[in-house]
Design a protein. Structure first.
Length: 250
C-alpha cells in the first residue's frame, strides 16, 4: 500500500467533511447529535470549511490511499481515496511565512486513529467574524458541556506559551491501524521540533497509546459525564503535551 500525505485544498472540503462525519461515532457522538448528519448539513459544512483553507498558522492535511478509487466527494485529481484528515495550528506564534504546499510525503506505519476535537471547531475564528455553520442535528448544550472543560484545560496547561496543536484527527473506521493517523501526527510533531515549541492535543483513550508513541505525555484528564445530559457512562479526554526534541533530549 502507498499513502500520500497532501495538503487539503478547497476542492477537498466535501471529502474532508465526509471523513470527519463518518469517523466520529460512539455513545458521546450519539448524545451530541439528535440523529445522523443530513446530506444538506454535510454540504453546508463543506462549503463553510472552504474559507478555512489558507488561514495563517493553520494546516489541513489528508492521507490518500493511492491503491483505492476516489470516493464520493474526492476531487477528480485526488490520485486515490482520502482515508484520513487532520488539522494542525500554531498558537502564540507570529504568522509564519507561507510554505510550499505542493509537496507530498509517501509512507505508512501502524496506528490507532481517533478524532481529537469538536467537529464544529475551527483553529481560529473566521476573519470576517461570521460564526461557523452548526448543523441543526447538533445539540449545542451537550456540545458545550463536552468541549468547554476541554478548552479550559488547554488554557490552563498551555497559557501564553507558543505551541503547535492537533485540532482534529479523523480516520475512516475501516482504515484504522494502517498508519494514516501516525503520518498526520508525525507532520505536526516535526513542525513543533522545527519551531522548538511544545505540541498539544486532547484525545480519548482509544488514541492515547498512539499519541504516547509520538512522545506525548498526559498533563490532565477531563471526564465527560454523559449522565448529566441524559446519557449513560463517562468518557475520559486526555490533555497531552509533547516537548520538542531539543528540550526533551537535554
Amino acid at each position: 500500500m502507498v499513502f500520500i500525505l497532501a495538503p487539503i485544498r478547497e476542492e477537498d472540503t466535501l471529502s474532508w467533511t465526509r471523513v470527519r462525519a463518518q469517523a466520529y461515532r460512539g455513545p458521546t457522538n450519539d448524545l451530541v447529535h439528535t440523529g445522523p448528519i443530513s446530506e444538506e448539513s454535510i454540504m453546508k459544512v463543506a462549503e463553510d470549511r472552504r474559507r478555512e483553507i489558507g488561514r495563517p498558522n493553520t494546516w489541513q492535511w489528508k492521507i490518500v490511499d493511492t491503491e483505492l478509487s476516489p470516493s464520493d466527494g474526492d476531487p477528480e485529481d485526488n490520485g486515490g481515496k482520502t482515508i484520513a484528515v487532520a488539522v494542525w495550528s500554531a498558537h502564540n506564534i507570529p504568522p509564519l511565512e507561507s510554505e510550499n504546499m505542493n509537496g507530498a510525503r509517501v509512507g505508512n506505519s501502524d496506528s490507532v486513529d481517533q478524532p481529537t476535537s469538536d467537529p464544529t471547531e475551527r483553529a481560529e475564528p473566521k476573519e470576517d467574524n461570521a460564526p461557523p455553520f452548526i448543523p441543526p442535528e447538533v445539540k449545542i448544550e451537550v456540545l458545550q458541556g463536552l468541549f468547554n472543560p476541554i478548552r479550559a484545560a488547554k488554557e490552563e496547561i498551555m497559557g501564553t506559551k507558543p505551541y503547535m496543536m492537533l485540532n482534529a484527527l479523523a480516520t475512516l473506521w475501516e482504515h484504522h491501524k494502517r498508519g494514516a493517523g501516525s503520518m498526520l501526527i508525525q507532520w505536526g510533531v516535526d513542525k513543533a521540533d522545527e519551531l522548538g515549541v511544545e505540541a498539544y492535543l486532547d484525545g480519548t483513550t482509544i488514541g492515547k497509546s498512539l499519541y504516547e508513541k509520538h512522545g506525548f505525555e498526559v498533563a490532565k484528564e477531563v471526564v465527560f459525564d454523559r449522565t448529566e445530559f441524559g446519557g449513560e457512562g463517562q468518557e475520559s479526554h486526555w490533555c497531552m503535551v509533547r516537548k520538542p526534541k531539543e528540550q526533551s533530549d537535554t
